[in-house]
Design a binder for this molecule. Structure first.
Ligand code: ADP
Ligand code: MG
Length: 567
C-alpha cells in the first residue's frame, strides 16, 4: 500500500506515460488492489483494476452461493451496490479526459452472469475502470491518491463489507423462484409463463424500465391459468402458461400484442424485483425471428422455406451479401434451428409478409412452380413435429393462420382472452381456400462447418475485435452489425461476443472440421467450466463482460461478412 503511495508521489506532475509505473499488486488493510492495465493517455479507455476482498469477512456465507443462479444473483447484488456507492461519491471532474472517473460495469433490469463482480469460495473480485487523473497530460498524483486511498476503500467498505443478510436474502429467494419456474416449464411442456399482475409495457421504446403510469397489469384468461409451486412462499404463483406447439397472439392494432411478445422475448433472462417482468419466464431456447434485409448469409440450406430462385439459383447452399426480407428471415430460421432453438417468437410487424403467407388468391394467380417460397404457415406444424420447435406468432391481419393454431390469445385493451374455440369455429365456417404447400416434413437441416479463414480480425498488422455499443462489433476489416438481435440486451454481452470470436480465432477452433453447433457447445462449456472471463486476453482483468446466449453468439457469427462455410 505504501509502495503505491510512494510511486504515485514520485510521478506527480510527470508526463502521463509515467503512470505505467503503478501497474502491480498492492496490499491494503481491507483488500488487495491489482492495477492490471494503465491507460495510455487521459482520453483513452480507462485503466483496469481489480479489488480482491477476502470473503470470510463479509456477510456472504457459503449457503448464499451454493447454486449457480444464486452465485450469479449475489454477484449482481454486489455490482449494483458498488455502482450505487460509486455514484454517491462526488463525481468531480478531476482534470482532463476521463480523469477521476471510477466505474463498474453495472447491470440494468436484467440479471446476467457478468465479470464485474466474481464471487469465489475464498474471495470476491471487483473489476473497476479508473480514469487516472491528469491536468492536460500531466499526472495529478494527489487526485489519484484520493481515488485509491479514499474513494475505493470507502466504496468497498460500504458496498461489500456493509452487505447484510437482509440485502442478499430477497434477491437469492427471487433467483430460486425464477429458477424453479424455468424448471417447471421444461418439465410440463410449456414455452412461457406470465404471472398475473406482471407489468409488461416499458417506459419508452428505448428504455427497459417499467411504464410508471397507466400500465394495465397482466391478468391470465381463466382457461390458460396455471399455478406453479415455488420455494420460499406457501402459495403457488398464478399466471398464464403458453404451451408448446403453435400459439397466436391476435388483436386490434395498439392493443398490446407486440408488448406481450417482447416481454416473452426478454423472459429468456431473469429480471430484478420491481421490474414488472420478474415472473415473466420464457424457455431459454426461445429466439426472436425477424426479417433483416441487407444482411449477409453464408451457405445456408434454406430450401425447406425457399426453393430455386430465378435463373436457377439454388438455395441448398444459399449465400448472399445482401439478403431480401424473406431470404434473410428464412436464413435466420434455419440458422437458429442449427443452433438448437426450442421456440420461434415472430411478430407480423417485423416479418416478411410473403414468408408468412400465400393466400388462396395468390395461389390461384401465381402457380406453386413459379413461387420459390413455401410460406411459414405450411411449415410451422412440421417444424414442431420434426424438430420440437414451437411458434409464438403475433398476427393482426393474417387470419389464415387460425387453421394451424393450437392456441389463440386475443389482446383487447391490453387484456388477454383465450379465443381458441371461437377461432376454430371461424376457421371451420369460413375456409381460407388455401392449399397446403408444405409437404409432410419440414426438411433436413444441413449443419455447416465454418472454414478457418472465416475469422480474420487482422486490420493491417493489428488484430481488431472491438464492441462499439450494443449493436456493432468492429471486426477486422468489417463492421459486424447486430441491430436485428432483439434479445441482445446488454453492451457487455456484445463485448463478450467480440471476445469469444477473437478467442476462437486465436485458439484455432475453426479447423474446418467443427460444426457451428460444436463451436457453440465448446464456448458454452468453456464459460461453464473456466468462467466467462476466460475468453478475454487481457492480463488478469477480464474486462466488462456479460454472458450472451448461444443464439446471439451464433447470430453474430452468422452475420460476419467473412464467414465461409461448407455443409
Ligand atoms: P400492438 O402490437 O397490438 O399494435 P403494442 O404492443 O405495440 O400494440 O402496444 C401499443 C402501445 O400500448 C404501446 O405504446 C405500449 O407501450 C402500450 N401498452 C401495451 N401494453 C400495455 C399495458 N398492459 N398497459 C399500458 N400500456 C400498454
Ligand atoms: Mg405490434
Amino acid at each position: 500500500m505504501e509502495t503505491l503511495r510512494q510511486r504515485l508521489r514520485s510521478i506527480d506532475q510527470k508526463g502521463y506515460k509515467a503512470y505505467k509505473a503503478i501497474e502491480g499488486t498492492y496490499r491494503f488493510p481491507m483488500f488487495t488492489l491489482a492495477i492490471d492495465h494503465v491507460q495510455g493517455d487521459p482520453f483513452a479507455e480507462p485503466s483496469k483494476v481489480r479489488v480482491i476482498v477476502p470473503r470470510a469477512k463479509t456477510a456472504l456465507a457459503a449457503e448464499w452461493t451454493n447454486t449457480k443462479p444464486r452465485r450469479v444473483r449475489c454477484e449482481d447484488v454486489l455490482a449494483r451496490r458498488i455502482h450505487h456507492a460509486l455514484r454517491q461519491w462526488p463525481l468531480r471532474a478531476r482534470g482532463s479526459g476521463k480523469s477521476g472517473l471510477v466505474l463498474i460495469d453495472a447491470p440494468g433490469q436484467k440479471v446476467l452472469e457478468r465479470t464485474a463482480v466474481q464471487v469465489a469460495d475464498e474471495t470476491i473480485t471487483v473489476c473497476l475502470s479508473v480514469g487516472l487523473p491528469a491536468n492536460g497530460r500531466r499526472i495529478l498524483a494527489k487526485e489519484a491518491e484520493a481515488i485509491f486511498f479514499e474513494q475505493i476503500p470507502s466504496v468497498i467498505e460500504r458496498a461489500v463489507y456493509g452487505l447484510r443478510e437482509e440485502d442478499i436474502r430477497p434477491a437469492v429467494e427471487l433467483a430460486d423462484q425464477q429458477h424453479a419456474i424455468r424448471r417447471y416449464l421444461r418439465e410440463h411442456g410449456l414455452v412461457a409463463f406470465v404471472k398475473n399482475g406482471a407489468i409488461l409495457p416499458r417506459e419508452s421504446g428505448v428504455s427497459d424500465k417499467p411504464l410508471q403510469r397507466g400500465a394495465v397489469p397482466f391478468q391470465s384468461p381463466p382457461e390458460l391459468e396455471i399455478a406453479i409451486p415455488v420455494p420460499h412462499r406457501a402459495e403457488p404463483i398464478k399466471g398464464m402458461g403458453i404451451r408448446k406447439g403453435i400459439t397466436l397472439i391476435v388483436g386490434g392494432g395498439y392493443h398490446g400484442k407486440s408488448t406481450l411478445l417482447q416481454a416473452l422475448e426478454h423472459g429468456v433472462y431473469d429480471h430484478i424485483a420491481g421490474d414488472g417482468r420478474e415472473f415473466v419466464i420464457t424457455d431459454s431456447g426461445a429466439v426472436k425471428i425477424r426479417a433483416e434485409d441487407g444482411r449477409s448469409v453464408a451457405s445456408v440450406d434454406i430450401s425447406p422455406l425457399i426453393g430455386a430462385l430465378p435463373y436457377g439459383k439454388e438455395t441448398t447452399q444459399f449465400s448472399t451479401e445482401n439478403a431480401s426480407g424473406s431470404t434473410s428471415q428464412a436464413a435466420s430460421m434455419i440458422e437458429m434451428i442449427e443452433a438448437g432453438a426450442s421456440a420461434f417468437l415472430i411478430d407480423e410487424d417485423t416479418s416478411a409478409t410473403n414468408l408468412l403467407i400465400r393466400d388462396a388468391r395468390m395461389q390461384a394467380l401465381v402457380a406453386k412452380e413459379a413461387e420459390p417460397i413455401t410460406p411459414y404457415i405450411d411449415k410451422a406444424r412440421q417444424l414442431f413435429r420434426d424438430y420440437g420447435i414451437s411458434t409464438v406468432l403475433v398476427v393482426g391481419g393474417l387470419g389464415d393462420y387460425l387453421d394451424i393454431a393450437d392456441c389463440v390469445i386475443k389482446m383487447e385493451q391490453y387484456v388477454p382472452f383465450d379465443v381458441t374455440g371461437e377461432a376454430k369455429r371461424i376457421a371451420a365456417e369460413m375456409p381460407s381456400g388455401r392449399k397446403a404447400e408444405g409437404g409432410e416434413s419440414f426438411g433436413r437441416i444441413h449443419e455447416r462447418i465454418p472454414l478457418p479463414e472465416s475469422l480474420n480480425s487482422q486490420k493491417g498488422k493489428k488484430a481488431k475485435a472491438v464492441a462499439r455499443g450494443r449493436h456493432v462489433i468492429q471486426y477486422g476489416q468489417t463492421d459486424l452489425l447486430l441491430y436485428a438481435l432483439e434479445q441482445l440486451v446488454d453492451d457487455s454481452q456484445t463485448r463478450a461476443i467480440a471476445a469469444a470470436l477473437l478467442y476462437m480465432e486465436r485458439k484455432g477452433w475453426l479447423d474446418g472440421k467443427k460444426t457451428i453447433r460444436q463451436l457453440l457447445d465448446a464456448i458454452e462449456e468453456q464459460w461453464d467450466r473456466q468462467g466467462l472471463g476466460s475468453v478475454s486476453f487481457r492480463k488478469g482483468n477480464p474486462g466488462e463482460l456479460a454472458r450472451p446466449r448461444r443464439f446471439e453468439l451464433a447470430a453474430a457469427l452468422n452475420r460476419l461478412r467473412t464467414l465461409r462455410c461448407r455443409q
